[in-house]
Ligand binder design. Structure first.
Ligand SMILES: Cc1cc2nc3c(=O)[nH]c(=O)nc-3n(C[C@H](O)[C@H](O)[C@H](O)COP(=O)(O)OP(=O)(O)OC[C@H]3O[C@@H](n4cnc5c(N)ncnc54)[C@H](O)[C@@H]3O)c2cc1C
Length: 292
């Protein structure tokens, strides 16, 4: 008989809460194993235990790229209760993975360090942004990343120079839970950082639908093309199922207009993929993480 996850041994990590508050899309139901570790050694124990039971883990940061469906027995590990770290040594800034991008940029600015303002306005945490290799305006987070510390799938703490990691467009080779990272930033005046940050945020507000919950770009841009433009050209902008809608402002964003469900969003995803394939001959690949 299959051995069950030893939730008794780990009761202090289990929190009773709906997943919808941990996704920026505000969609999600119950999870059997929604865990809130408070330090690195907790994470290590959780991963070892999950591994021994053959259960998949899912680290969750800002939840700005995760669509929760039926998560089954997946072991969901929140970064929300981990201690905050922010240390500066010359141009090197070491942070905990749970830090919000906005706080990171603001805190670094207080030390006259910047460069990563291009990701201002993204509602992500540092760990999630590293795992996804978040980027914008032709730059990505790996341009500034120095090293990371993560717990691998055996529960071991590994510190690795980012030159030894593989990364690409919204993808990395990291398997495990990132706990800390160091970035090499640029010396920059507060005035210039503020101006660059404001410029980026205003461009985002102009182009993206910030008035409703979303997960950012639903699909990756195919080589040389823009997913949003392809979806728009297929006449799908504004299409709504239940309370999920293909944004009228940016067709690569699916927004939750109120009480959208996983099925509403998933249905829109399928329609987009089928229509773009039929009309344009292109298979759109998901950028968001659909957990079902
Ligand atoms: C309004 C809006 C605008 C956006 N704009 C952009 C943009 O310009 N560029 C861009 O790249 N993305 C953008 N996104 C998408 C999203 O913010 C990024 O993918 C971001 O990197 C996700 O970070 P997160 O902390 O929210 O991760 P989550 O959504 O929590 O998780 C995303 C993935 O990372 C993994 N993960 C999370 N934390 C960790 C960790 N500590 N260790 C290991 N794995 C982890 C998760 O398991 C999951 O696979 C946008 C999203 C929104 C809602």
């Amino acid at each position: 008989m299959e051995k069950m996850f030893d939730s008794k041994m780990l009761t202090s990590f289990v929190i009773k809460s709906s997943l919808n508050i941990y996704s920026n899309m505000k969609i999600g139901g119950d999870a059997t194993y929604l865990l809130a570790p408070q330090n690195v050694s907790d994470i290590s124990s959780i991963i070892k235990e999950a591994n021994s039971q053959n259960l998949k883990i899912l680290p969750v940061g800002g939840g700005s790229n995760i669509l929760f469906g039926n998560v089954g027995n997946r072991v969901i590990i929140l970064d929300a209760y981990l201690p905050d770290i922010f240390q500066v040594d010359h141009k090197i800034v070491t942070v905990s993975s749970n830090m919000k991008i906005s706080s990171f940029i603001d805190k670094a600015m207080q030390h006259g360090l910047g460069g990563m303002e291009f990701i201002s306005g993204i509602p992500a945490h540092i760990g999630g942004a590293i795992h996804m290799n978040a980027g914008a305006f032709e730059k990505c987070i790996f341009d500034y990343l120095y090293w990371i510390e993560y717990i691998n799938l055996e529960g071991k703490v590994i510190k690795i120079d980012c030159r030894n990691l593989e990364f690409g467009y919204r993808t990395t080779s990291i398997e495990g839970f990132i706990v800390r990272a160091a970035f090499k930033l640029d010396k920059k005046t507060k005035k210039k950082i503020l101006a660059d940050k404001e410029d980026i945020i205003s461009k985002r507000f102009e182009r993206h639908p910030y008035d409703y919950p979303s997960l950012g770009s639903t699909f990756k841009n195919p080589k040389g093309k823009f997913a949003g433009q392809l979806i728009d050209e297929c006449g799908l902008k504004g299409l709504q199922i239940g309370e999920a809608q293909i944004s009228k402002k940016h067709a690569n964003f699916i927004i939750n207009k109120g009480s959208a469900t996983f099925n509403d969003v998933n249905e829109l995803i399928k329609i987009i993929q089928e229509t773009v394939k039929r009309q344009k001959g292109i298979e759109l690949q998901l950028e968001i993480k659909v957990i079902n």
